[in-house]
Design a binder for this molecule. Structure first.
Ligand code: ADP
Ligand code: MG
Length: 333
């Protein structure tokens, strides 16, 4: 109860192709994340799944049944937006129960389900408050609660944490992960934040330019990026890309090496470099090095390290961690 299939979904706005043939299988109970830069079509795809937007062509199946002709309210989908879209004049209880009430559920049924959702989200103390009397994080929990009470087959989240500050984002992220475990529901979650994608997803769908660039588990994307886009998008700081020619490597156009896969030594190593800049993040130290051989190289070291701008240091990439890409940008395996 809650699988989704997209078959060759296209969407054009006027003459602009926003989605160029999306094929995807989401299994019942999976938490799938759509990630990609702003404007790549994530929200449009979500709105098409919800029925708020029509696809130009292609098929959308929920539990194996084509739903293109099914109106949004009948698809068994609940959507949570970045802007909470709560009714300001209704208290939390009524905001959470309204959809259910409108769908014809009895008063007792609405009360029971609202109570259960409120307990799940620790919202019990706030049931009589109006949205204006809540923090941003609490408002977003109400919006999630409103989705839960409807017991949808499919939860859609569109950047639900973007309006929250950093600490709340982490808390709410953990809460969504817990909810997914408790409800065992199918969830599709859109974000432009790769950390959110890596930490929450069973499966990540990387979108760029209206095309799926890669589908995989977080660690598959990290360990085996299919192309330069995914390699550069997943991981922070981003993977270093070096012209293969500079390294005397013929069988590839570009070599990729992650900042955490380079070791440093003051005595000797593969690339002679000069320290350009150092960032101390507490748990990590990030170094920006200038080298003749490899250009500017970012290195991430665990812990606190005292290198100084202008200092000479040798950098050595871990050979088995190097990624090779061809002229078409695809990974060579
Ligand atoms: N209703 C619309 N009319 C015309 N263009 C739109 C409309 N909605 C979205 N777009 C365009 O489609 C592209 C994808 O938008 P969107 O799906 O919102 O991207 P994302 O959510 O990944 O940031 C953007 O270039 C946006 O300007
Ligand atoms: Mg969007």
């Amino acid at each position: 109860m809650g699988s989704l299939t997209l078959k060759s979904v296209h969407k054009a706005f006027g003459s602009v192709d926003v989605l160029k043939g999306i094929d995807l299988e989401v299994e019942d109970g999976e938490l799938v994340i759509f990630v990609g830069p702003s404007g790549c079509g994530k929200s449009t795809l979500l709105r098409i799944i919800a029925g708020l937007e029509d696809a130009t062509s292609g098929a959308i199946l929920i539990d194996g049944a084509e739903v293109s002709a099914v109106p949004p309210a009948k698809r068994g989908i609940a959507m949570v937006f970045q802007s909470y879209a709560l009714y300001p004049h209704l208290n939390v209880r009524d905001n959470m129960g309204l959809g259910l009430k409108q769908a014809g559920a009895s008063k007792a049924e609405v009360a029971t389900r609202v109570k259960a959702a409120a307990a799940m989200l620790s919202l019990e103390p706030y049931l009589d408050r109006r949205p204006a009397e809540l923090s941003g994080g609490q408002r977003q929990r109400v919006a999630i609660g409103r989705a839960i009470v409807r017991e949808p087959k499919l939860f859609l989240f569109d950047e639900p944490l973007s309006n929250l500050d950093a600490a709340l984002r982490v808390n709410t992220r953990l809460e969504i992960a817990r909810l997914h475990r408790d409800l065992k529901a199918t969830m599709i979650y859109v974000t432009h934040d790769q950390v959110e994608a890596m930490t929450l997803a069973d499966k990540i769908v990387v979108l760029d330019g209206g095309v799926i660039q890669q589908i995989g588990s977080p660690m598959e994307l990290y360990n085996r990026p299919a192309n330069l886009f995914v390699a550069g998008f997943i991981g922070s700081p981003s993977m270093n890309f070096i012209d293969a020619e500079r390294l005397g490597i013929q069988e590839a156009r570009t070599i990729g090496i992650r900042p955490e896969h380079i070791t440093l030594s003051r005595q000797s190593g593969e690339w002679a470099t000069n320290v350009a800049h150092v960032e101390h993040l507490g748990a990590d130290t990030i170094l920006y090095l200038e080298s003749e051989k490899a250009g500017i190289v970012t290195v991430r070291l665990f812990g606190e390290h005292h290198y100084h701008p202008g200092e000479e240091v040798f950098a050595t990439p871990a050979g088995e961690q190097m990624h090779r890409f061809g002229a078409d940008g695809r990974a060579i395996r």
